[in-house]
Design a binder for this molecule. Structure first.
Ligand code: ADP
Length: 424
C-alpha cells in the first residue's frame, strides 16, 4: 500500500480510531462534569442563595442593632451594614453605602438590600456565596484546561507510540518491492518493538534463503558445465542419426539454460555491464523493426528525436528482444501489433512494450520475474521457454539502476514498463 493510499484510508487508520475513542471519552467526561454542575451543583447553589435571601430579609425585619448584628455576622460569616435615621454602622468594612450602590458602584452577587423597621435599610452580604461562585468558575476553567491538556498529551503519545507501525508499514512495502536489506528500527520495548524485531529477523531469514538458492543455482550451473562438455564430446562419437540429434538438442538446451543462469549471476549488483553514452531511439527502433515481419507485427512509437542515456546497449537490446519474443510468443496472429513506446521525463526514461495477447493472470504478476517462474508450465514448455528470460531482463534493468513491472491492460493484453535513470 502506498503512502497515498495509507493517508487516503484515514478512516481505517488505527491512529484515527484511537484518537476518536479518546476524543469520545473526553467529550463524555466534559458532558458528565457539565451535567454535574448544571443539574446538581447549580440547583443546590441557587437553593442556598434563595435561603440566604430569605434569611437576610427576615434578619432585616427583626431590626438587629450593631451588637446583635456583629454576633450573627461572626457566627454565620456575614457582613452587615445599616443605614437609617439613627445613623449608620457596619460589622466589618468593605460593604458599599446605599449612595454608592445607587451610583452603580460596589454591586455584588451576594449582597442583599433589605428594608428594616423604623425606616432603616440593611445591606447584608454573604461572602461564602461569592467564594463558592468563584471556586465554581475556576473549577470549570481548570477542568477545561485539564481536558485540553489530556487530549494534547494523548494525541502526542499516540502519535509517538504508533510511529513504529508506520516504519513497519514502510518496511513491508519495501520488502514486497524486492528490497531484501530492509531493517526496521526497533527502539521501543513494547509489542511494536517485538514486532519490528521479528520482522527484521524474518527479512534476514528470507534474504539468507534467497542467497542460498542463488548460490545453489550458481554452483549447480558451474558443476554441470564439465559433464555437459564431456557429453558433447561423447555425442560426437555416436553414430549420426535421429537419436543423436535429439540428445544434441537436449544438450544445447541445457547449455543455453546454464549460460543464462551464469549470466543472471554475473549481472547481480551491476557486474558485467559495459555502459556508454548513446542514443536509445535508433537502438530501440532497430530491435522493434526486426520483429516487424513476425506475427502479429511490431510498431515503434516516440515523439523524441533522440534520448541520450548511459547504458549497456547490448544488454538493453537483449531486454527488448526478450520482451518482444514473449509478446510474439503469447500473441495470436489476429491480435493487434505489439507497440514499443519510449519517452523521456525529468531524469527518467520509460520504455513500454504493449501487446494484445491473453495477458497475465493477476496472481502471477508478482512472481513473473522470479527465475524459473512460468505462468502455465505446459504452455511455456510448448513455447520453448523455461522461465529465465524475465528474470534476466529484471537483473539487467536493475543493474542499470532502473525497474521493470508488468501489468494487464483493459480489455486484454499486457504491458511491460521499464524505467531507466538517465545517468547512473
Ligand atoms: P519463458 O522463457 O517461459 O517465456 P519468461 O521469464 O520470459 O519465461 O516469462 C515468464 C512467464 O511470463 C512466461 O511463462 C509467460 O507465461 C509469462 N509471460 C511473459 N510475457 C508475457 C506476455 N507478453 N503475455 C503473456 N504472458 C507472458
Amino acid at each position: 500500500m502506498s503512502e497515498r493510499t495509507l493517508r487516503g484510508a484515514w478512516h481505517r487508520s488505527i491512529f484515527v480510531k484511537l484518537l476518536a475513542i479518546m476524543l469520545a471519552t473526553a467529550v463524555s467526561l466534559v458532558f458528565f462534569v457539565a451535567g454535574f454542575f448544571a443539574f446538581f451543583l447549580g440547583p443546590n447553589m441557587s437553593m442556598s442563595s434563595g435561603l440566604f435571601v430569605e434569611y437576610a430579609r427576615t434578619l432585616a425585619d427583626s431590626g438587629p442593632d450593631l451588637r446583635t448584628a456583629t454576633r450573627i455576622a461572626e457566627r454565620l460569616d456575614l457582613q452587615i451594614r445599616y443605614e437609617g435615621p439613627e445613623g449608620s454602622w457596619e460589622t466589618a468594612p468593605g460593604l458599599p453605602s446605599l449612595r454608592e450602590l445607587a451610583a452603580g458602584h460596589g454591586r455584588r452577587r451576594d449582597l442583599i438590600v433589605a428594608p428594616g423597621p423604623r425606616g432603616g435599610t440593611y445591606l447584608i452580604a454573604w461572602p461564602s456565596v461569592q467564594r463558592l461562585h468563584t471556586a465554581h468558575n475556576r473549577l470549570l476553567w481548570l477542568l477545561h484546561v485539564m481536558m485540553a491538556g489530556i487530549i494534547l498529551a494523548a494525541y502526542l503519545t499516540l502519535r509517538h507510540s504508533l510511529r513504529p507501525l508506520r516504519a513497519l508499514h514502510d518496511g513491508v512495502a519495501r520488502l514486497s518491492e524486492g528490497e531484501l536489506d530492509v531493517v526496521v528500527p526497533s527502539r521501543t520495548r513494547d509489542e511494536f518493538g517485538a514486532l519490528a524485531a521479528a520482522f527484521n529477523q524474518m527479512v534476514r531469514r528470507i534474504s539468507e534463503m534467497i542467497r542460498a538458492r542463488d548460490q545453489l543455482l550458481l554452483d549447480v550451473s558451474h558443476e554441470l558445465r564439465s559433464p555437459l562438455t564431456r557429453m558433447k564430446v561423447a555425442l560426437e562419437l555416436l553414430p549420426a542419426g535421429d537419436k543423436r540429434q535429439r540428445i544434441a538438442a537436449d544438450v544445447a538446451e541445457m547449455e543455453a539454460m546454464i549460460t543464462e543462469l551464469l549470466e543472471l549471476e554475473r549481472l547481480r549488483e551491476g557486474r558485467g555491464l559495459r555502459r556508454e553514452r548513446r542514443d536509445l531511439v535508433p537502438l530501440l527502433r532497430e530491435v522493434t523493426e526486426s520483429f516487424q515481419d513476425r506475427s502479429p507485427g511490431a510498431r515503434f512509437v516516440t515523439t523524441a528525436a533522440e534520448i541520450q542515456a548511459e547504458v549497456d546497449g547490448d544488454k538493453i537490446r537483449a531486454v527488448l528482444r526478450n520482451l518482444l519474443e514473449n509478446a510474439v510468443k503469447y500473441s495470436l496472429s489476429d491480435n493487434l501489433p505489439i507497440v514499443v513506446a519510449v519517452q523521456e521525463d525529468e531524469g527518467e526514461i520509460t520504455i513500454r512494450v504493449t501487446d494484445d495477447g491473453p495477458g497475465i493472470p493477476e496472481a502471477d504478476l508478482a512472481n513473473l520475474f522470479e527465475p524459473f517462474y512460468r505462468v502455465d508450465r505446459s504452455r511455456s514448455k510448448k513455447s520453448g521457454g523455461y522461465g529465465l528470460g524475465l528474470s534476466i531482463c529484471k537483473r539487467i534493468v536493475e543493474a542499470h539502476g532502473g525497474s521493470i513491472v508488468a501489468a494487464n491492460d483493459i480489455p486484454r493484453g499486457a504491458t511491460f514498463t521499464l524505467t531507466l535513470p538517465k545517468s547512473p
